[in-house]
Every structure is written in C-alpha cells, then in structure tokens.
Design a protein around this ligand. Structure first.
Ligand code: DOR
Ligand code: ZN
Length: 450
C-alpha cells in the first residue's frame, strides 16, 4: 500500500539551534546530546554550541507521541474544549500530533470544517491537530460524505470515522470501504451494534446487575469487529478498530491478522487500567463508551498490545462539562479525559512493571499510530535528518494528577488524585518547545515560543 502523499502546509519549524543535553534516546545507553537545527535533528552525540540548551537530566527521549483518537469539541462545544486548550493538553501529555474526531457540531463532514480545524492548529503551532472526517453525512449513517474532497483539501484528511456512533449498516460500511480504497484513506470504526446497546450505560456483568444499571454486552462490540474484518477481507481495504475493550475482540483481531486481513486496532489507557469496579460510587466520570469492563479484559488487552495484536494506544480524550458529568450515572455523557495522563498510565502498566521498555512505548504511542495514519513526519526514528518531533520523559518523577492543574478545559479526569511515576518534561514540535515542565516539577507550566 502506498503512503498518503503529504501533510497539508504545517507551521514553520523553529529557526536556529536547540541542544538537548544529557538525554537517553529510547531510555537506552549512556546519556548523550541531540542537536536540532532548523527543526531537524542535525547531530546525535558530541559537543555543540546552540541558541538554547535543554538539560534533560539523563531522562528518556522518545519520538513525539501521536494520538489517533481525541475529541477537541471545536466547532460547537468550545465550552468544554477548544483546539487551543486541547493542543495545550496534548503538548503537556507529550503529543506532537493528534487526530480529532468528527462528532463536532456541525459534524466534520465537509472540507471547510476540516480545513478550519487544521489551519487553526497550525496557527497555534502547539500540536498538529489532524481533523478526522465523518464517514456519513451528519453522522446519520445514511449517506457517505465526500471523502475525496476532504482528502484533497488543505486539511489532507486521511482518516474517516463516525466515532461516537457505529457505522452499523453493513451496506454503507461496504460502500465506504470501496470508496476509501481508491483514495487510500483509513476508516476507523466505533464498534457498537446499536440494537444491542439500547439504553445501556455500563458493561453487562455482575457489577451492572448489582448497581441496577442497563448493560452493554461484549457482543455489541465483537459482532461489529467480526463483520468489519470480513468486509475488509472481501473489499480489500483497511479498517481500524477504535478503543478495543474486550477479550473477544482480541481473539477476533488475532484471527483476522492471522488471515492477513488489514485490520488494525487501538486500546485506551482507561480500558487497560480500570474495570467496572469503579462504577460502585455511581460517579459519572467513569461512564465511557465502550464501558469499563472486567479484569480479564484488561489483561487480554495488555497482552494484545504487548504482542502486536493491538497496534497502538489512543486516548479517546473526551472532554465533557460538569453539567453533563456531575449528574446521575444514567444521565452522564460517556467519555473521559486522557491526553495529560496517558503516558504516565502506559508507563506504569508496562515499564514500571518490567513488562516492556521505552522502545515499546515509542512503538505503541508514536511509531504505529503515525504509520497507521500515514503521517510522514511523526513517529520517525530518533536519527540525524529526521524532523525534531520529540518528547522528553522523566521516568521517575512521582507526581499527582490534579484537576486544578489541567490544561484541558474540562475536568472529567478519571485519575484525579492518582499518583504516577513517569512525567513528560518537554515536548518539541519541529524544533519548537511546545511544553516545558516547571523547574520544581510540581506546578507544570506551558511554555510556548513564538
Ligand atoms: O466515551 C466516549 N465518548 N466514546 C465515544 O465513542 C465518543 C466520546 C465522546 O465524543 O464523548
Ligand atoms: Zn468511540
């Protein structure tokens, strides 16, 4: 499959030189230096003079993180998040590129909306915010949007999804696959058979039964994953499964990949770490789609990410205002924040535990999502001549996630008050420092160079 040709015009790289001193690429080997010149990695190792020197304290250097699934709520719900606040949250979380879903108001189903998102993000220069186009007009599941016009627009839309809703009509999904194939764009499916989740607010299991909550069965996800695997097989194009959440989905992905079916999948930090046990307090912050499941699901998802059955991590960062969250569980809107905690959650599960190393984090949080979305300039190796999209991580920071210091406008953070180890200290986009942790490490601050 050929690569998507290009990225739309991007914000200018930083002119001049930045020297990252005392840093360990991928957390490996002795600390070294990385020299950035005009937004490109110019040298690794050796002594260099530079306009600016960052002392990285011997910490870990990763390729800038890429999140292929966020909701930045602009246009339409700027009271909960904007491209600016979402970009700040992304930069603080170590991200240099994110994909923002189409369930905005109006829906991102036309080039002009996609272009306005992309151009706004480039004017800000904090993070590359790629708009996702919707598969169906108005997310109504009836008529396909003009993929070609959005793909060719200044936004260079390369991913289409009705996320928030499932493309449940198999004929529409088939047509979408045939259309997407010719354009080499990606379809991302929110796998939820709506007839099986009518009125559902929690995972169908013991906890929901005890709490008196209507259940969302695993089969609602798995039946769509199976169907789309078969559609991808027969119509020969890629399908990406959003937020895989069940043991059965992992089995289906394994089967599909073994058949050579071009199916990829992401998993969220919350589905890897949390279970429906969190629902016992009826706190609306823990309502999410797909719902938090059971322990065996989290363990199967972890193994799947480790062995490549699941390709990458994506946050599904979904800001909601308190009027939609601090209400009865059944009335809370589904979704939780993720951009500012994801690296810490993933590092805790996989690195602190000894299950994996920082190379793995680079793969699942940067390289694979950039490959799947065909970004030419993110998720690249840390090597001379590559774009300087980079993240520096203090692996043992010991910090507490605190809603009072979020960059996000919303505060539906499932990890408020939770202590973590790893923390992003710097994020660099095309040589420009888009985030720098405050010296004390306690009250992190945004620093943007213009
Ligand atoms: O929990 C969710 N929230 N899942 C989705 O698929 C959509 C998202 C949102 O837009 O709030
Ligand atoms: Zn979704």
């Amino acid at each position: 499959m050929t690569g998507f040709p290009e990225t739309g015009r991007v914000s200018a790289p930083a002119a001049g030189t930045v020297l990252i001193d005392n840093v360990r690429p991928y957390g490996e080997g002795d600390p070294t230096t990385v020299l950035i010149k005009d937004g490109v990695i110019a040298a690794i190792g050796g002594d260099h003079e530079a306009d600016r020197v960052i002392d990285a304290g011997g910490h870990v250097l990763l390729p800038g993180l890429v999140d292929m699934h966020v909701h930045l709520r602009e246009p339409g719900r700027e009271d909960t998040e904007t491209i600016e606040t979402g970009s700040r949250a992304a930069a603080k979380g170590g991200f240099t590129a994110v994909f923002t879903m189409a369930n905005t108001s109006p829906v991102t189903d036309q080039p002009i909306i996609a272009e306005s998102v992309w151009l706004k993000s480039q004017a800000l220069g904090l993070c590359d915010v790629h708009p996702v186009g919707s598969i169906s007009k108005g997310l109504e599941g009836k008529t396909l949007t003009e993929f070609g016009m959005m793909a060719r627009s200044d936004a260079r839309v390369r991913m289409f999804s009705d996320d928030g809703k499932c493309v449940s009509d198999p004929q529409l999904m088939r047509r979408a696959l045939e259309y997407a194939k010719g354009l080499n764009v990606l379809l991302a499916q929110h796998a939820e058979e709506p007839r099986l989740t009518d009125g559902a607010v929690a995972h169908e299991g013991e906890t929901a039964a005890k709490l008196g909550l209507r259940g969302w069965p695993r089969v609602a996800e798995e039946s769509i994953v199976a169907r789309d695997a078969l559609l991808a097989r027969d119509y020969g194009n890629r399908v990406h499964i959003c937020h895989a959440s069940t043991t059965g989905t992992v089995e289906l992905l394994k089967w599909a990949k073994a058949q050579g079916i071009p199916l990829t999948a992401e998993v969220t930090p919350h589905h890897l770490l949390l279970t429906d046990d969190k629902l016992r307090t009826y706190d609306g912050v823990f309502r999410v789609n797909p719902p938090l499941r059971e322990e065996h699901d989290t363990l199967a998802l972890r193994d799947a990410l480790l062995d490549g059955t699941i390709d990458c991590v994506a946050t599904d960062h979904a800001p909601h205002g308190s009027e939609d969250k601090c209400v009865e569980f059944e009335n809370a809107k589904p979704g939780m924040l993720g951009l500012e905690t994801s690296l810490a959650v993933i590092a805790r599960i996989f690195v602190a535990s000894g299950l994996a190393d920082w190379r793995f984090i680079a793969r699942v949080m940067s390289e694979r999502p950039a490959e799947i979305t065909q970004l030419p300039d993110h998720g690249r190796p840390i090597a001379v001549g590559e774009p300087a999209n980079l993240t520096i991580v203090d692996p043992e920071a010991a910090w507490v996630s605190d809603n009072d210091s979020l960059e996000s406008k919303a505060s539906n953070n499932p990890f408020n008050g939770e202590e973590f180890g790893a923390q992003v200290t710097h994020t660099i986009l095309r040589g420009r420092v888009t985030y720098q942790r405050a010296e004390s490490g306690a009250a992190a601050e945004m620093e943007v160079e213009k």
